[in-house]
Ligand binder design. Structure first.
Ligand code: ZN
Length: 259
């Protein structure tokens, strides 16, 4: 009798554990390839108003369910885990661009394509993030691209600071000293407004200086202006310009003030 009970017990354990093995899928799908046009680079140059073909290849041990494509602004220095581009961009964008798409998939591997339009009014840097989900909800690591959007229709802004900014656009200076800014702004349609200001990274703005101009010039050079008594902290020094067509661009440098 003891022997029989032992055998039944053993069989029960085996059935329970065998079931567990076949029912639970903990394996994440993988995004294996992301291409814009023919390029598999993780930094992509785009022109405002154009469109591009995005191709995504993903695979799973069981079955894929969907592939998510999301575009968001890169301007707050956030970073991404996973594959592709890591993030960390901090310059202000001009204009808004947000895009979310869900591409359906139902095999163990899939190659999916979609056409994406770049808005005509924007310039700056955005992230395109691809993730794949399988049938039981496991999500892949992110695969991130950096999209650099250029736009000749927006006013062109060149700012020069003292102290000079480094190659990343960061000005380092000491508390109590002065920050100087000079610049040139141009636009073929004629400028309608130019202003400069300091912004904290939480979005609080200091005094705004509106640059005087006459009769919508196509070129405006403004004389050096001074931001005095900088306090310890991190700021954006911003030049904002718009033309007679309503096209608007933001230029900025990061200002780091230390003791
Ligand atoms: Zn991002």
């Amino acid at each position: 009798m003891k022997k029989i009970l032992f055998c039944i017990g053993l069989a029960a354990i085996c059935i329970a554990s065998c079931r567990k093995d076949t029912k639970v899928d903990l394996v994440q799908p993988i995004v294996t390839r992301v291409e814009v046009g023919d390029s598999s680079a993780t930094t992509i140059e785009l022109t405002a108003g154009s469109s591009f073909q995005l191709t995504v290849e993903a695979s799973d041990n069981e079955s894929l369910n969907e592939v998510l494509v999301e575009i968001h602004a890169a301007e707050d220095a956030h970073e991404h885990q996973g594959n592709g581009h890591a993030g960390g961009e901090f310059h202000l964008n001009s204009g808004e661009w947000q895009n979310q798409q869900t591409l359906q998939a139902n095999n163990a591997s899939a190659t999916l394509s979609t056409q994406i339009s770049v808005p005509g009014t924007i310039a700056g840097q955005w992230h395109l993030v691809v993730t794949a989900k399988d049938d039981v909800g496991n999500t892949s690591l992110e695969y991130t691209l950096l999209l650099n959007v250029t736009n000749d229709e927006l006013p062109l802004i060149e700012g020069v600071t003292t102290p000079l900014a480094d190659a990343t656009g960061t000005v380092s200076m000491q508390a109590g000293s002065s920050l100087l800014l000079a610049g040139t702004v141009s636009d073929a349609d004629g400028l309608a407004g130019v202003q400069t200001y300091l912004l904290t990274y939480s979005g609080l703005s200091g005094d705004t200086t509106v640059i005087p101009m006459s009769e919508n010039p196509t070129l405006l050079t403004f004389p050096e202006m001074s931001f005095d008594n900088a306090q310890v902290g991190e700021y954006r020094l911003v030049i904002e310009a718009f033309d007679t067509q309503g096209n608007r661009r933001w230029w900025d440098n990061r200002v780091v003030v230390s003791e």
